[in-house]
Ligand binder design. Structure first.
Ligand code: GDP
Ligand code: IMO
Ligand code: MG
Length: 430
């Protein structure tokens, strides 16, 4: 059975939510495998807009099982609010339709405070995080002092876990000039939220094993994008998890043999939120225009996204690292009306041509993009649902992207609406 992994291939916000929602019609289970509510995934279904952060993007479709895997860091108070908001939009969420891995680490209020305190402290350390406590929670997971979903089920264990975390955090907070955490209030808050979370808790690895045995199709939903990956991204201006396709299995407990097709989500140009290198960034009218036409404001923080030309060199790199089988090219319609389009094919570093982005920060800073130009198109591609609806220049652009990134286009997206999608190759086909 061809299960599918969806991953972002740039700096996030490629349109993963729209594509996961579209694909989830063909899936039985939709599982998030990393990140947290730093993600913001937007779905538009018949004009109704859903903004999802911690919940998988398959949640709006009836009869599907949504899973939050152990690779995610989960803020329980945020989740309860997000579920309430989505229910108000008429979506049903029950322990039959949502499961949370018992070994999922929790984001606690002091993680968010630490994240924001560090960001506010000085400009040298600033990453431009979402301030949601993602980094500090992952630090605690690796530091073996995080509180996990299963710990909520036993009062004594919960106290021990809180005390273990606070030994570290109170020392850190003192250094940052923050008050110590109110231990008893925190334990009380956790006890109060526990039943709301525990009703969804499940041994997800086992659920997935049983689903696979029953021939059910699984769609693994990634957050962020390859250039934000903790190992392969533009470190330290990255998020704190592995976001690439390999994480789909460690972040859920499904074995690597569960993965059939890796779908990279790729925006037809480039955006980035927060600090860090961005070789093709534009500070001119073209950049302004991409931002306006693409409505490039963050779903989670509302921050303006930085915009630039398509960087084929970076996407080629991302596709290799995630083992991408095919891509979904999104927001092609945003390029309508440009007279000329530029594509970055590589970089020049100290007079030498590079076909990848080097790892060293100083070298990254000295890389200048090498561009090729293509004619744009004046017709509208917005809402196109077949190749026949696309102007010849748009098809040429797509074909050139495929060549340069060494990966075929499986899906094309031409508006935020669910059905404004062109299927080239079905990722779920066996
Ligand atoms: P994600 O984080 O990868 O799920 O992406 P976001 O939802 O944060 O950002 C993508 C934005 O582009 C959302 O507002 C989508 O509704 C929108 N979008 C997705 N696909 C398309 C498309 O093909 N064309 C246009 N114009 N907008 C799109
Ligand atoms: P989706 O899933 C775009 C960025 C932040 C910041 C860096 C670290 O919607 O594509 P963090 O809060 O994770 O410690 O912030 O990562 N970032 C994202 N940028 N899309 C996202 O998610 C992002 N999640 C985190 O802006 O630069
Ligand atoms: Mg987003």
């Amino acid at each position: 059975m061809a299960n599918v992994v969806v991953v972002g291939a740039q700096w996030g916000d490629e349109g993963k939510g729209k594509i996961v929602d579209w694909l989830s019609e063909r899936a039985d289970v939709i599982a998030r495998f990393q990140g947290g509510h730093n993600a913001g995934h937007t779905l538009v279904v018949g004009g109704e807009v859903y903004k999802l952060h911690a919940l998988p993007s398959g949640v709006v479709r009836r009869g599907k099982l949504s899973i939050i895997g152990n690779g995610v860091v989960l803020d329980p108070w945020h989740l309860v609010k997000e579920i309430a908001g989505i229910r108000e939009q008429g979506v049903e969420i029950t322990p039959e339709t949502l499961m949370i891995a018992e070994n999922t680490p929790l984001i606690l209020p002091f993680h968010g405070e630490l994240d924001r305190a560090r960001e506010a402290q000085n400009s040298v350390a600033k990453i431009g995080t979402t301030g949601r406590g993602i980094g500090p929670a992952y630090e605690d997971k690796v530091g073996r002092r995080v509180i996990r979903v299963a710990d909520l089920g036993d009062a004594r264990t919960l106290e021990l876990r809180v005390d273990r975390a606070l030994v570290h955090h109170n020392a850190l907070r003192a250094g940052l000039g923050l008050d110590p955490v109110d231990r008893d209030a925190l334990i009380e808050d956790l006890r109060a939220i526990a039943p709301e979370i525990l009703q969804y808790a499940a041994p997800v690895w086992k659920v997935l094993k049983d689903k696979r045995r029953a021939g059910r199709r699984i769609l693994f939903e990634g957050a962020q994008g390859a250039l934000l990956d903790i190992d392969f991204g533009t470190y330290p201006f990255v998020t704190s998890s592995n976001v690439i396709a390999g994480q789909a299995t460690t972040g859920t407990g499904a074995g690597p043999d569960a993965v059939g097709f890796v779908l990279g989500i790729v925006k037809a140009y480039t955006t980035r939120v927060g600090e860090g290198p961005f070789p093709t960034e534009l500070h001119d009218d073209d950049g302004q225009r991409l931002g306006e036409r693409g409505h490039e404001f963050g779903t989670t923080t509302g921050r303006k996204r930085r915009c630039g030309w398509f960087d084929a060199c970076l996407v080629r790199q991302s596709c290799a690292i995630s083992g991408v089988t095919g891509i979904a090219l999104t927001k092609l319609d945003v390029l309508d009306g440009f007279e000329t389009l530029k594509i970055c094919t590589g970089y020049e570093l100290d007079g030498v041509r590079m076909d990848y982005l080097p790892t060293a920060a100083d070298q990254q800073a000295r890389c200048t993009p090498v561009y090729e130009e293509m004619p744009g198109w004046s017709q509208s591609t917005e809402g196109a649902r077949s190749w026949a609806d696309l102007p010849a220049e748009a098809i040429k652009y797509v074909r050139r992207v495929e060549e340069l990134i060494e990966c075929p286009v499986a899906l094309l997206s031409t508006s935020p609406e669910r059905d404004d999608t062109i299927l080239v190759t079905d990722p779920f086909a066996d």
